[in-house]
Design a protein around this ligand. Structure first.
Ligand code: ATP
Ligand code: MG
Length: 246
């Protein structure tokens, strides 16, 4: 990538910024994506740039929920592709999920660039380009999904998703796993499983949990999902941000 001093105290943050910048240059991340990144960083700073215990519990519950799913789909936008393309491919393999490109500002060019980027990092099938399905109650461009992808999914992972679309997907009866550093965001509040953590830590940790839980009885997985309470996780994250307590 680039030459960043690994002993720099903000190494992870600098690397993340560089990846987003490279994503913009490569045509996979929108300029709006830079703003979203800045917003996320502010929350991450307040969380101590670490996975707090309630987020780890959410990541474990998400892994269990994905292993229980009939048709899980991981939604990828321009920031997700720039930050964690190989990690998304690994998570999809660990839980046998589809990967679908889904953009707030949809352009065919950016859709293609993101799909190509995911394939470069090992994805063999990338959905989202057929766009033969629609999410009700959203404007035309933002409503587009693949009928056999998100359209047919029972569980969806929507990282850094816009609040409106997160709500519309939940209204469709899909079990939603949201990764978002802002616990006050509508997207996080809509989710069955809100993960308040940086996506660069959340996705690999979900994969690690999925690998550990692989082969567990479905009863065990159901118990992990049932014991997780989204509103408690959001409250714990807000508390950590406000007071530094975990
Ligand atoms: P609201 O949900 O309050 O209506 P919004 O969704 O319109 O706001 P955006 O700036 O579009 O706000 O959304 C970006 C969201 O993604 C923010 O909540 C931000 O915290 C989150 N975010 C950005 N980068 C990351 C990251 N690396 N990991 C996790 N979350 C991130
Ligand atoms: Mg939001």
């Amino acid at each position: 990538e680039i030459d960043l001093p690994e002993d720099h105290p903000r190494y992870a943050s600098l690397l993340t910024r560089h990846r987003i910048e490279a994503g913009v240059e490569k045509g996979i991340t929108s300029k709006q994506g830079l703003i979203a990144q800045g917003r996320g960083e502010a929350f991450d700073y307040l969380l101590g740039e670490q996975t707090i215990p309630s987020a780890d519990a959410a990541e474990r519950a998400a892994a269990a929920q994905l292993l229980l799913a009939d048709h899980p789909v991981l939604s990828v936008n321009g920031n997700v592709a720039a930050l964690v393309a190989p990690e998304i491919v690994a998570l999809a393999a660990a839980v046998d999920a589809d990967i679908e490109v889904n953009l707030f500002n949809r352009t065919e060019k950016r859709m293609e660039a993101i799909a190509a980027h995911l394939r470069e990092h090992g994805a063999d099938e990338v959905k989202g380009l057929t766009a033969d399905g629609r999410i009700p109650n959203l404007s035309h461009e933002r409503a587009k999904v693949d009928a056999d992808g998100i359209g047919a999914a029972d569980v969806v992972v929507v990282p850094l998703e816009d609040g409106d679309r997160a709500e519309a997907l939940a209204d469709l009866g899909k079990t939603e796993i949201v990764i978002d550093l802002n616990p006050l965001s509508r997207s996080a509040q809509t989710a069955a499983i809100p993960i308040v953590d940086n996506i660069i830590r959340a996705v690999p940790n979900m994969t690690a949990h999925a690998e550990e839980l692989h082969g567990s009885e479905s009863e065990t997985l159901h118990t992990i999902v049932d014991q997780f309470v989204g509103s408690d996780a959001l409250a714990a994250a807000e508390e950590a941000i406000r007071t530094g307590a975990q």
